[in-house]
Design a protein around this ligand. Structure first.
Ligand SMILES: Nc1nc2c(c(=O)[nH]1)N[C@H]1C(S)=C(S)[C@@H](COP(=O)(O)O)O[C@H]1N2
Ligand SMILES: [Mo]
Length: 336
């Protein structure tokens, strides 16, 4: 499919400064503070032009090292306006304080409270399976910190709440190519690090740890599929899945696996954590779909964190123009 699809919600390029530096994070946060209670504040990218100072990460990235253990370190990224929503982003406090990361507990505040125990530097990812480039890679070998993009995506959790998050990262497609999957590979399987000493939640058998997720390879190569290493202009907070996590915004949030430590290319569909624990409730595809109810609740509407009331959920979380053709011919009420 070579047609460039641009849906109604895509921002015109003129609306955003092409080089959006989160130069002075404090200044941005000050602007957000006033509206934080409402959890919506059109994160003013266009205002960033005034901030002259660039983030400290550039120099380090030039040296080839970006240490992800340093929380609140600024990253420099180019705004990808075409793939960003212009909806108000959620407050930093919500994005980093209301999380699902069950390895640290099941309360929404647990990840922010306890994920600090996770060691994210050094970090490596084991690449295996049907690939011509198997091996163990360091973070800086996998991610080009000179080529970071910002993408403002909606995140729709299967629990029927949603947020808008300004991610920083790289397209997953480029990473997949670099890892040279063989022609027989049809799926990619991701695994979260498992460290009982650092993850106080894994004693509880909520899931069969480690957390596992997967995508069909053509889904992984879709231009929306993203690997985030930051958000809100800073290095990814641990509660959000440092140092690298998947973001697939047309799917329910549980597909966007955090703190990835292993990537495996397979011929058959990988068994994923939520599908394993409740096959009747969570499918492999997990595309956002208001027409298919979760067995225990409707998916027709959602609560945008920070808003009162509920809004209608949109099929594919509004990303149908990019992804709908991935599922041509599939019965999405069966392959939920
Ligand atoms: N390893 C791991 N990844 C995970 C989860 C988890 O519990 N463990 N929760 C998922 C769910 S249910 C959601 S909604 C998103 C939440 O991402 P956020 O906290 O950055 O908003 O992370 C997903 N990735
Ligand atoms: Mo979720």
């Amino acid at each position: 499919m070579l047609i460039k699809r641009k849906p109604g919600w895509a921002l015109p390029h003129s609306a955003v400064t092409p080089e959006a530096h989160y130069a002075n994070r404090r200044q941005i946060m000050a602007g957000l503070g006033a509206s934080a209670a409402l959890a919506g504040s059109g994160l003013a990218l266009s205002g960033c032009g005034e901030a002259a100072e660039t983030g400290g990460a550039t120099g380090d990235a030039a040296g080839g090292i970006l240490r992800a253990d340093t929380q609140r370190r600024d990253l420099t990224a180019t705004a990808n306006a075409a793939l960003s929503t212009d909806e108000p982003v959620n407050a930093h406090e919500a994005v980093t304080g209301y999380n699902n990361f069950f390895e640290f507990g099941t309360d929404k505040g647990d990840p922010a409270r306890y994920a600090d125990a996770l060691t994210v530097d050094p970090w490596s990812v084991e690449v295996s399976g049907l690939t011509d480039a198997p091996g163990r890679y360091g973070l800086d070998e996998l991610i080009d910190f000179q080529a970071l993009e910002q993408r403002i995506y909606r995140l729709r959790c299967v629990e029927a709440w949603s947020m808008v998050i300004p991610w920083i990262g790289v397209p997953l497609a480029g990473l997949i190519d670099a890892l040279k999957p063989q022609s027989a590979a049809r799926y990619v399987r991701f695994e979260t690090v498992l460290r009982p000493d650092e993850m106080r939640g894994v004693g509880a058998r909520v899931l069969d740890w480690p957390y596992v997720e997967g995508l069909r390879l053509d889904e992984a190569r879709n231009e929306l599929a993203f690997i985030a290493v930051g958000l809100y202009g800073e290095v990814l907070p641990k509660q959000n899945g440092a140092p690298l996590r998947l973001v697939v915004p047309w799917k329910y949030g549980f597909k966007s696996i955090k703190s990835i430590a292993a990537i495996r290319f397979t011929e058959t569909m990988p068994m994923t954590s939520w599908h394993k624990v409740a096959p009747g409730e969570y499918g492999f595809y997990a595309n956002v779909n208001p027409e298919v109810s979760h067995p225990r609740w409707s998916q027709a509407r959602e609560r945008r964190i920070g808003e009162f009331g509920r809004r209608d959920t949109v099929k594919f979380n509004g990303y149908g123009p990019w992804v709908a053709d991935l599922y041509d011919g599939m019965d999405l009420t069966r392959w939920y």
